[in-house]
Design a protein around this ligand. Structure first.
Ligand SMILES: Nc1ncnc2c1ncn2[C@@H]1O[C@H](COP(=O)(O)OP(=O)(O)OP(=O)(O)O)[C@@H](O)[C@H]1O
Length: 357
C-alpha cells in the first residue's frame, strides 16, 4: 500500500506519545506543535532511534516495524537532517557526500550529481566543513541525506539554527526538493512561513497526540488550531499566473474563485504559484470603496472565530471555491454585522507569491 502508516505509543514519566497517522507518499508533511509536543520523538520513532513497543511503521508497503519485525536504523532507507549540520569534520564536502552514498547500496534513487546540483554545492566539494558558512553546511547535510537515496526524508527544524538571511537562501533549495524529487518528507518546523511555503500536508501535535492532520489549505483555513494564532495566521491558495503587467511590474494570479494582483517577480503566464495571504492583510467592507487597495473580491462569510486577543476576531470568508482569513477588531466586525452567510467585499492589501505551488 502506498503512503506511510505510523502508529507509535511510548510512555515516559512526564510524557507519552500516542499517534496513529497515515501520511501521503508524496510531498512534504509538516509536523507542527509547541515545544515538547513530541515532534522529535515521533521522528526518532520513524528512524528507529526510539523503539516504541507495539509500534507499527509501514513505508510504501515495506514494514519497518511491527509485532515480530524491527528494521534497525542503519538498514532503514532514511535521510535525517537535524537542526545543526552534523558533518564529519575530517572529510571534505565530497567525502561527506560519498559517505552518505555508501549507505545507499544499490538503490540509487537520487544520484550524487543530482544531490549536488539540487543543493547548489558544486563549488564547495573540496572544502572541509569548518570552511563553510552555516547555510552551506546545512545544504551539504541535506545533500548528504539525499545521497543515501532515502525512501523517506526526516527533517527536524533544518533551518532553525540559521539567521533569517540564510534561511531565505536555503528555502528555494528546499522548494526544489519538493518539486523535483519523489521522496516523502516529514518536516518539523515552528515557522508558519516555512510551513506555508513548503508543506502540502500538516500534522499538528499536542502533548504527544495528533490534534489535527490533513492537506495544508484546509488545515490553515480552520479557525480552531493553534498555528493560526499570532501574526502569521493566513490562507495559502494554489494559483496560476494569468497576466503580466509590464508597465506597472505586476502579475495577476488566478485562483479558484478570483484573481489578485501581486508584485512581479519574474514569473511568466501559466506558471503555477502558491499564494500566501495573511489574515492581517485582509479587510472586509460593505462597499467596494476607493482606497489604495486594488485587490477587491466578493466573498461570503463562512465562519467567525475567536482570536488570541479579546479585541480581535478571525473571520473565514469564502471567495468562490477558495477561503481567505481576515483578522479584524470585534468592533469593526460588529459594525459590519459580520455573521455566517453575510456577503461582503474582501480587500486584500498584500499578497506573497511562493513558487511553485
Ligand atoms: N529519552 C527521553 N526520556 C524521557 N522523556 C523524554 C525523552 N526524550 C524526550 N523526552 C520528553 O518528551 C517530550 C517530547 O520531546 P520532543 O523532543 O519530542 O518534543 P518536540 O516537540 O520535538 O520539542 P521541541 O520543539 O522543543 O524540539 C518532552 O517533554 C521531552 O522532555
Amino acid at each position: 500500500m502506498a503512503g506511510i502508516q505510523a502508529r507509535f505509543r511510548l510512555d515516559w514519566s512526564g510524557f507519552s506519545l500516542d499517534v496513529d497517522l497515515t501520511l501521503p507518499s508524496r510531498g512534504v508533511t509538516a509536523l507542527f506543535g509547541h515545544s515538547g509536543s513530541g515532534k522529535t520523538t515521533l521522528l526518532r520513532c520513524m528512524a528507529g532511534l526510539e523503539r516504541a513497543p507495539h509500534g507499527r511503521l509501514v513505508v510504501d508497503g515495506v514494514v519497518w516495524q511491527d509485532v515480530g519485525r524491527w528494521v534497525p536504523t542503519h538498514q532503514r532507507p532514511i535521510g535525517y537532517v537535524f537542526q545543526e549540520a552534523s558533518l564529519f569534520p575530517h572529510l571534505t564536502v565530497l567525502g561527506n557526500l560519498r559517505y552518505g552514498m555508501r549507505r545507499a547500496g544499490q538503490a540509487q534513487r537520487v544520484s550524487l550529481d543530482q544531490a549536488i546540483e539540487l543543493l547548489g554545492i558544486g563549488h564547495l566539494l573540496d572544502r572541509k566543513p569548518d570552511r563553510l558558512s552555516g547555510g552551506e553546511r546545512q545544504r551539504v547535510s541535506i545533500a548528504r541525506a539525499l545521497a543515501v537515496s532515502p525512501r523517506l526524508l526526516l527533517m527536524d527544524e533544518p533551518l532553525s539554527a540559521l539567521d533569517v538571511k540564510r534561511k531565505q537562501e536555503i528555502l528555494p533549495y528546499l522548494e526544489r526538493l519538493h518539486d523535483e524529487l519523489d521522496i516523502p518528507v516529514l518536516y518539523v518546523s515552528h515557522s508558519p512561513d516555512e510551513v506555508a511555503r513548503l508543506a502540502d500536508h500538516l500534522v499538528v501535535l499536542e502533548d504527544g497526540r495528533v490534534l489535527a492532520a490533513g492537506p495544508l489549505g484546509g488545515m490553515l483555513a480552520r479557525l480552531d488550531l493553534p498555528f493560526r494564532l499570532g501574526e502569521e495566521a493566513g490562507a495559502v491558495l494554489d494559483a496560476t499566473v494569468g497576466a503580466v503587467d509590464t508597465e506597472w511590474h505586476l502579475v495577476r494570479v488566478d485562483f479558484d474563485g478570483g484573481s489578485l494582483w501581486a508584485r512581479d517577480c519574474g514569473l511568466t503566464v501559466g506558471h503555477r504559484v502558491r499564494v500566501r495571504i495573511l489574515a492581517r492583510d485582509v479587510s472586509l467592507a460593505t462597499e467596494p470603496g476607493t482606497s489604495s487597495i486594488q485587490n477587491i473580491l466578493r466573498g461570503v462569510v463562512d465562519a467567525v472565530g475567536d482570536d488570541e486577543h479579546p479585541g480581535l476576531t478571525l473571520v473565514r470568508v469564502r471567495v468562490g471555491q477558495s477561503v481567505l482569513l481576515s483578522r479584524l477588531t470585534r468592533r469593526a466586525a460588529a459594525s459590519l454585522a459580520v455573521a455566517e452567510g453575510r456577503e461582503l467585499w474582501v480587500q486584500v492589501k498584500s499578497v506573497a507569491l511562493m513558487e511553485p505551488g
